[in-house]
Design a protein around this ligand. Structure first.
Ligand code: GYE
Length: 349
């Protein structure tokens, strides 16, 4: 994530330094460097939760965690579901602003359009906390346009998936990559972490030293990469197309479990044996994925924990109390493979 931030900052510097100003100005819609709007301390809040979509187990688990924690604490939760649409999510945030919620928890769809929603909420005096996905930090930044980001280290997730795959394939594989929603931070960063690790350029110092650095894997090739929009059926269709064009592929890296399950379904429909003919790794840790690991169809999944409720509301309270909030609050994530899937499935969603 750091590399990307640095290059964005440099872009701003270049733009501000001279000739590029006009060209870059519309994207740098940042008018002020002041802190986000304050939040009064109250026993109960009216809080918005702008969810991006509700079409997979991960999202359902996240919404359930937010709802149950709000209820436990006696807060009112105004919930919206953008059905994966940037435009709908922007108007959902607008309507929360109009309803004068105390704070908005935003699980942003893609990075650029939803950064603008943070800018608007700030202008309206409503603090925003980002959940699980980030926005473009050229446009909106933690501690300025929004309070903070709470979520996983997606670059590290991608690198962990690559490390595992390199190990189980002895460094030789032809990989089909199923990407998440184009322009979303987990799709951008899970791709980067995976590729950097295979190329030997993953800088683990930016990611708490995990996984250990590698010299690169010249015999691991990504033969095709396309979006499946984080969705099972689109993942299935996308995989089908890419596999038809690359029948010698030996591995799949999916940016989430739903697309990995889609690839399994497509392979089975063709009489292939997932887990044998093609090795599959992904990210999330859903119940279906853990079952697929137990069944030998999937090799591993890097956990991306969806249970945000407790951390989200704890951060709200800390912010209201005037505490200094870290710009990025990173969830610790486990790793699931054949060694632990059977024990872990009882806690899965
Ligand atoms: O991995 C995926 C979901 O933004 C981290 O979005 C989240 C991702 C998660 O749809 O399953």
């Amino acid at each position: 994530m750091l590399d990307r931030e640095l290059s964005r900052r440099n872009l701003i510097k270049v733009a501000v330094a001279g000739a590029g100003v006009a060209a870059f100005a519309p994207r740098i819609a940042r008018t002020t460097f002041a802190a986000p709007p304050p939040l009064a301390q109250k026993p109960n809040y009216k809080v918005g939760f702008a969810q991006v979509e509700e079409n997979n187990p991960w999202r359902i688990a996240q919404t359930e965690s937010m709802r149950s924690e709000a209820q436990r604490l006696g807060h009112e939760l105004i919930y919206t579901n953008a059905d994966g649409s940037d435009a709908k999510q922007i108007s959902d945030v607008d309507s929360m602003i109009a309803q004068r919620v105390d704070l908005i928890f935003l699980a942003p769809s893609t990075e650029d359009p939803l950064a603008q929603a943070c800018v608007k909420a700030k202008a309206a005096g409503i603090p925003v906390i980002l959940l699980d996905r980030n926005v473009n930090e050229e446009i909106a930044r933690p501690g300025e346009e929004y309070v903070c980001f709470i979520g996983s280290d997606f670059v590290q997730e991608g690198a962990r998936a690559a490390e595992f795959l390199a190990r189980v394939t002895n460094g030789t594989a032809q990989i089909i990559e199923l990407e998440g929603t184009t322009g979303s931070s987990p799709a951008i960063d899970r791709q980067k972490g995976f590729r950097d690790y295979l190329a030997g350029t993953y800088n683990n110092a930016d990611h708490l030293g995990t996984p250990a650095a590698s010299a690169g894997f010249p015999n691991m090739q990504i033969v095709a990469s396309q979006t499946g929009d984080f969705a099972r059926d689109l993942g299935r269709q996308t995989f089908e197309t890419l596999y038809a064009a690359n029948p010698t592929a030996t591995a799949v890296y999916a940016h989430n479990d739903e697309m990995a399950i889609g690839a399994i379904l497509a392979l089975e429909a063709q009489g292939k044996v997932p887990g044998k003919d093609v090795i599959i790794v992904s990210v999330d840790g859903s119940r279906d994925a853990l079952q697929a690991i137990i069944d030998g169809k999937m090799a591993a999944t890097v956990e991306c924990n969806p249970r945000f409720g407790p951390k989200a509301f704890e951060t709200l309270a800390a912010y209201a109390a005037g505490e200094q909030i870290a710009p990025k609050i990173i969830n610790p994530d486990k790793f699931f493979d054949a060694t632990n899937a059977a024990q872990e499935i009882a806690n899965a969603y």
